[in-house]
Design a protein around this ligand. Structure first.
Ligand code: PLP
Length: 495
């Protein structure tokens, strides 16, 4: 059955999957959503006998229906290969009564690799299918991890350029070093004077600039997005939830059909939305537990039905979740509004105008799959130390937010269903915060000294991604104000 994609904001014609991937964002500013969520057509038993690549194919073929089997398998095999440091791609580690789904074994050691290692292949295939002659210019705003993963995915990919904007003072030193050392003639990395929301809003503005789009087209370029609003990122993320369930079954930890809970450390709401889609495909998921840090706008939303971004933006030790406008939530809002684009647009207009909206009781009643909570900075650090001291397993700060929220959920509900916690980054990416949480004596050590220390105490080899940046030269040093972003883009493209 063919799945078409519609904008959450308009009455625009539905487009194919490949067209939605190429566009990234709909012209009316909305996000593309599948007209219906397909049901899985393989049994859980069958899935439990498959490897990662096979599961990925079974999931993605149901959503990306205008890709041929050969095209899709080709994309999958080029993405999930030896760039990952483990053959299973996404290992499940049991610790302290939960299952940590390690999504950080790709090239940049954060979960963004799960989708961004395949997105360039999907996009190039989509361009070919739609006879696109223009060069594709990927514009990306990053809170730290998307940027590097997108750069790694698109660097030197023929027919593409990539421009990444990150908040100059809002990412970890290792995240920044990873980005500014990125090689590839088609890459540009820019630090903006502002926070992630400023970067994201700036990028969205450039996207919806019709005049600029026309100018670009005349010069042989067109924009697309590698942000998690792109359906080409969302769909690959559904795969690992299905795979984690299959793995639990294979390992005999759960019976076929047994419900599991899923905990996701959340920022832009992309990862947890993928879990929600997996549930709607028929995967037996009970609760979707949405974990926030001190920027707890989603926690408040799930509790009150009011989304309110009018608050102080807090810089935390889990920077990839320092977000007050969770873009992908719009896809959920559209759905609980009964796929009503007018209603959704009204709420999103209120969000960009007053910075706030309230959903109806009827809509709120449809959020019972979700549980939201948050972890403070102290709770996050305590959780890293607790798990480490109990079993020697070291969590990164984002995963620790999720793990801490899971403990709160357990206390509040007593729900003992088996639980998968999305482990979204390697602790080596946030070494200083992680080591400080374990012992204050590490405070005086240098960044890379800490890396070696962590390797010792966790008994884990230093990942290649970290080894590489130790000696790599800085090749990007551009900075700009938010209102200069458009000019920076034009300068890079020489238009
Ligand atoms: C991006 C990111 C998140 C947040 O994921 P969303 O899909 O934006 O909700 C959490 N943890 C890490 C390490 C990330 O890189």
């Amino acid at each position: 059955m063919e799945v078409l994609y519609r904008s959450t904001r308009g009455k625009e014609e539905a487009v194919t999957a490949s067209q939605a991937i190429l566009k990234g964002l709909s012209e009316d500013g909305g996000l593309f959503v599948p007209e219906q969520i397909p049901a899985m057509d393989k049994s859980l038993k069958e899935l439990s006998e498959m490897n990662y690549q096979q599961v990925a194919y079974e999931v993605m073929k149901l959503f990306l229906t205008d890709f041929t089997e050969e095209e899709l398998k080709n994309c999958i095999n080029r993405a999930y290969d030896s760039k990952f440091d483990t053959e299973v791609i996404a290992p499940l580690v049991e610790a302290q009564g939960a299952y940590y789904l390690e999504l950080f074994h790709g090239a940049t050691i954060a979960f963004k690799d799960m989708a961004l290692s395949i997105l360039p292949h999907l996009m190039i295939t989509a361009a070919r299918k739609n006879s696109i002659k223009n060069e594709i210019v990927i514009l990306t705003a990053t809170s730290g991890d998307t940027g590097k993963a997108a750069l790694a995915g698109f660097a030197d990919v023929e027919g593409t350029r990539i421009i990444v904007f990150y908040p100059k003072n809002g990412v970890s030193p290792i995240q920044e070093k990873q980005m500014v050392t990125q090689k590839g003639k088609n890459t540009l990395v820019v630090g903006i004077h502002g926070n992630f929301d400023d970067a994201q809003t700036g990028v969205k503005k450039i996207f919806s600039d019709r005049e600029l789009a026309k100018e670009l087209d005349e010069k042989g370029f067109q924009f697309s997005s590698a942000n998690s609003i792109n359906i080409g990122r969302l769909v690959p993320q559904i795969c690992y939830y299905v795979y984690s369930y299959a793995t639990l079954m294979k390992q005999g930890k759960i019976a076929e059909g047994e419900k599991i809970n899923v905990v996701v450390p959340t920022g832009n709401f992309g990862n947890i939305l993928a879990a929600f889609y997996a549930k709607n495909m028929g995967l037996p998921i009970g609760k979707l537990i949405c974990a926030s840090n001190d920027n707890k706008v989603l926690y408040d939303f799930f509790n009150t039905g009011i989304y309110d971004r009018n608050r102080e933006f807090v810089l935390t030790t889990s920077p990839s979740m320092d977000i007050l406008i969770s873009s992908n939530l719009e896809r959920l809002i559209y759905r609980i509004a009964g796929n009503d684009a007018d209603k959704n647009r009204e709420l999103m207009t209120a969000l960009s105008g007053q910075g706030k909206y309230e959903i109806t009781d009827e809509m709120k009643a449809q959020l019972s799959d979700f549980y939201g909570n948050f972890a403070t900075e102290a709770e996050t650090a305590d959780e890293i130390r607790r798990v480490y001291e109990a079993c020697g397993y070291v969590l990164d700060t984002h995963t620790a937010v999720a793990s801490s929220v899971y403990q709160k959920y357990l206390k509040a509900t007593g729900d003992v269903a088996k639980t998968v916690i999305a482990s979204t980054a390697s602790p080596f990416k946030f070494t200083r915060s992680v080591m400080n949480a374990i012992d204050s004596k590490y405070d005086t050590m240098g960044d890379f000294e800490l890396v070696d220390e962590l390797s010792g105490i966790a008994n884990v080899e230093v990942p290649k991604a970290i080894q590489e940046i130790r000696t790599a030269a800085v090749v990007h040093d551009v900075q700009c104000d938010v209102d200069e972003m458009k000019n920076v883009v034009k300068g890079f493209l020489k238009i």
